[in-house]
Design a protein around this ligand. Structure first.
Ligand code: ADP
Ligand code: MG
Length: 235
């Protein structure tokens, strides 16, 4: 049996006295798009930070493609095929698009830079400095940077935040195509429910550091616990 792309077992994460994740377990199959939702403060970014090596768990185990990565540093996780984007973009405002892609590609000897720019409609902006890009283009550059080096597992923290409806739906389709064609597994944290329920194979719901629902988009969407957790924030 092939190992899941991502396996999380009984993950506990604390910030001082705050128990941000209190025993979370789930697996993500290879090639799957997994939506991860939950109210503000429920632990979604913490989960991504722990998987990608930015925040050391207080307990539990994280494996990617069958390899235990608990407590590894971000660069070590990246070398194992794990990449991520940030809730706020991590681009350098004063560098050109091309320069940033080249910097990101250096550790990988990656020659597919034009390809990642093309994927996100940025080929024509190669020589533009990032601060002169539109907001939607900056967010897409952040995703293109995450894709340099052909990662196998992509963790995305609210990639559609601040995008227009149309831009969000284009982004969703791009992610769907990437997962299908390049076989990339995606863990997608996103507030835009249309994006989440439109492209996820499976959805996991956090509330105050625990999983309150997990399943196919249609069953999660109609789950009373999920509706209750979102009451007032999602209408
Ligand atoms: P989400 O991404 O679902 O909004 P977070 O993972 O950012 O939630 O936060 C989960 C909990 O951990 C919240 O209670 C938040 O206040 C707390 N938290 C997150 N980051 C920090 C930090 N750097 N220091 C202290 N507490 C934090
Ligand atoms: Mg967050």
């Amino acid at each position: 049996m092939t190992a899941p792309a991502l396996s999380i077992e009984n993950l506990h994460v604390r910030y001082g006295g705050v128990h941000a994740l209190a025993g979370v377990s789930f697996n993500v199959g290879s090639g799957e798009i997994r939506g991860l939702i939950g109210p503000n403060g429920s632990g979604k970014s913490t989960c991504i930070d722990s998987i990608s090596g930015r925040k050391r768990p207080a307990g539990g185990r994280i494996s990617i493609f069958g390899k235990d990565v608990t407590g590894l540093k971000p660069a070590q996780c990246r070398a194992l095929g794990l990449s991520r984007s940030f809730q706020r973009t991590s681009i350098f405002p004063l560098l050109t698009v091309r320069h940033q892609i080249d910097l990101a590609a250096r550790p990988f000897d990656d020659r597919n830079a034009d390809h990642v720019l093309d994927t996100f409609g940025l080929l024509d902006c190669k020589d533009v400095v990032a601060s002169e890009l539109g907001y939607g283009q900056q967010r897409r550059l952040d995703l293109a940077l995450a894709l340099v080096g052909s990662p196998k597992l992509l963790l995305l923290d609210e990639p559609a935040a601040g995008l227009s409806r149309e831009e969000s739906l284009v982004l969703a389709q791009t992610l769907r195509t990437l997962a299908r064609d390049a076989g990339i597994t995606v863990l997608l944290v996103e507030h835009d429910m249309e994006v989440i329920f439109g492209i996820s194979d499976h959805v996991t719901v956090f509330d105050t550091g625990r999983i309150i629902a997990d399943g196919k988009p249609t069953s999660v969407r109609s789950n009373p616990l999920v509706k209750k957790a979102y009451l007032g924030s999602e209408g």
